[in-house]
Design a protein around this ligand. Structure first.
Ligand code: G4P
Length: 535
């Protein structure tokens, strides 16, 4: 495959994820994007109101019972933007979905290793919420540029300047609105395009099911139509310009500023603008550093990183799906590639695009695309697949756990299966496993970002290894990386316990942050490093 073809394919690709707190409107926005890309003809087809939660994915009984989605999926669609360099060739948008439940897990973080940009979706009435903050920190840590969307502008909420200030003050990210709302939250009339000075007036459609008609008009026409609302949008926009809050591509890519849009996913207002901004400003897939730190150009032979492994999606035949993000070259279904971790060949006969319950076969894919490999039993998150000369990418970092529980089998006779199951689930990255001598092998401590990861462990131990297990929460809430020298002193402290993780990291667990602060003050010589996003 010629490198020109690959370059052309890469240039038109945008791979992103939506980061948000539950209920901010991620599903509604996903659906609105699909509607604008004309993948569906009416909103409600993908995540119909009543069935929204169950249509996303129902791969486990647990998930069905709770009506939530545990899995990550990727949606690919073509979109012809106004900003398209070549009007004949549409852009290819990859939206990598993240688990949407409050008990989010490491999977949510791992998805962010597979994207080139993130859309931070904020509820206009709620502002920054905890899960958004956590996900934003991962984006910052990984240098992923963030586009901010203030959603639900059709409902009462904060003022634009309040929301802008909150973001700036709390996370040190400077919003640079590209489209400013005309009409306060709850009276959404349209958007001022701050770069052209034009006004986009929206008209509601019944139930927000169709693309909202847009009328583009000059500033004078907008003034005549919207009066004070237009004047006030203009004034606030000028204030932002005076404060230096105009879009700057370099600062955006450096993660210092964030282009901002005001939208209503439900009414489909501002959704086209989001797609335009993604195409125009979000970076295309770029070179990724290998384990030696050498950037691998996108035009090199095929290589990909596995960022998520999911098992048991189909209870009738228990398959295992590994999602890979292509880093370089062209992927063709059926190609036999090498698994860098084992050096073994890997046949890619069953390659699929997966979104919700829908799977379709993928025949070719390019950098930035996400492909699901079926029955990929040997693959774990962070693994590399390649063609040609060997390449290996750095492992995916493990993320700071906040929930800790012991796991033990209810009967002693199944120890072998118990151990086998633990090893497998750990290698798949379902949970982190911590051990110390006091607790012994039969009672490892599981560490997770979200407690739902524990339920996945017990469900899979039973279904796949036929071992009944009991999870018992431990009274620890945070972890710090320490070392063998500090371990003895830490173990003497109340409310602290030291463990070794399977990768060799020595972690001290603390009952709460006050305990940690006290110990840090009393023993400043101890090694206690935060596990930011990456351990
Ligand atoms: P999530 O995936 O981020 O959890 O959020 P989801 O899209 O499920 O949206 C959460 C709720 O917010 C839904 O209402 C949805 O209709 C509503 N919503 C999303 N975007 C907008 C918007 O732009 N404007 C308004 N007014 N509402 C919005 P719900 O009552 O929980 O469910 P439903 O009865 O509408 O399905």
């Amino acid at each position: 495959m010629s490198s020109e073809v690959i370059s052309r394919e890469v240039t038109r690709r945008r791979t992103f994820a939506i980061i948000s707190h539950p209920d901010a409107g991620k599903s509604t926005m996903t659906e609105a994007l699909a509607l604008h890309a004309r993948m569906i003809s009416e909103a409600g087809a993908v995540h119909g109101k009543a069935g929204r939660k169950s249509t996303v994915s129902d791969w486990m009984e647990m998930e069905k019972a709770r009506g939530i989605s545990v899995s990550s999926t990727a949606l690919q669609f073509n979109y012809s933007a106004a900003a398209q360099p070549d009007p004949e060739v549409p852009s290819v948008i990859n939206l990598v979905d993240t688990p949407g439940h409050a008990d989010f897990s490491e999977d949510t973080y791992r998805v962010l290793t597979a994207v080139d940009a993130a859309v931070m979706l904020i509820d206009a009435a709620k502002g920054l919420e905890p899960q958004t903050l956590k996900l934003f920190q991962v984006c910052r840590h990984r240098g992923i540029p963030v586009i901010t969307v203030i959603n639900k502008w059709d409902r009462p909420g904060h003022s634009p300047l309040e929301l802008i200030d909150e973001i700036q003050e709390r996370i040190g990210l400077t919003p640079t609105p590209l489209f400013f709302p005309v009409g306060i939250a709850g009276d959404f009339r349209g958007l001022l395009d701050r770069r052209t000075g034009e006004y986009m007036h929206f008209t509601r459609t019944a139930g927000g099911a169709k693309i909202a008609p847009e009328e583009i008009m000059s500033a004078d026409a907008a003034q005549a139509r919207e009066g004070d609302e237009w004047t006030s949008a203009l004034e606030e926009s000028e204030l932002l310009t005076e404060m230096g809050q105009d879009h700057d591509q370099e600062l955006f890519l450096a993660g210092q500023t964030s282009p901002m849009i005001f939208a209503s996913a439900m009414l489909n207002f501002g959704v086209r603008q989001l797609l335009e901004v993604l195409v125009e400003l979000a970076p295309p897939p770029g070179p990724r550093s290998d384990i030696e730190g050498t950037p691998r150009p996108v035009t090199d032979p095929f290589s990909a990183v596995v960022f998520k492994v999911q098992a048991g999606m189909d209870s009738s035949h228990r398959d295992r799906l590994a999602y890979m993000r292509i880093v370089s070259g062209e992927f063709e279904r059926g190609m036999v590639v090498t698994h860098a971790q084992t050096g073994k060949p890997f046949a890619t006969k069953y390659a699929q695009a997966v979104f919700g319950r829908d799977r379709s076969t993928v025949d070719t894919a390019y950098p930035g695309d996400v492909v699901g490999l079926v029955n990929a039993t040997a693959l774990a998150p962070g693994d590399t697949l390649y063609d040609g000369p060997k390449v290996q990418f750095p492992p995916i970092p493990s993320f700071a756990p906040e929930h800790f529980s012991t796991l033990r089998a209810t009967t002693a006779d199944k120890y072998k299966q118990f151990r086998k199951g633990m090893d497998q689930l750990e290698s798949e990255g379902v949970v982190q496993v911590l051990r110390n001598e006091t607790r012994g092998e039969a009672s490892p401590v599981l560490a997770a970002v979200g407690p739902m990861q524990f339920e996945v462990v017990t469900a899979r131990m039973k279904a796949e290894y036929n071992v009944d297990t009991i999870i018992e929460p431990l009274g620890y809430t945070l972890a710090r990386r320490t070392d063998a020298d500090s371990a003895a002193e830490l173990n003497r402290q109340r409310g602290v316990e030291v463990f070794t993780r399977t990768d060799g990291a020595v972690l001290a667990l603390f009952s709460d942050k006050w305990r940690l602060q006290y110990i840090e003050k009393e023993h400043p010589d101890l090694t206690l490093e935060p596990l930011v996003a990456a351990a």
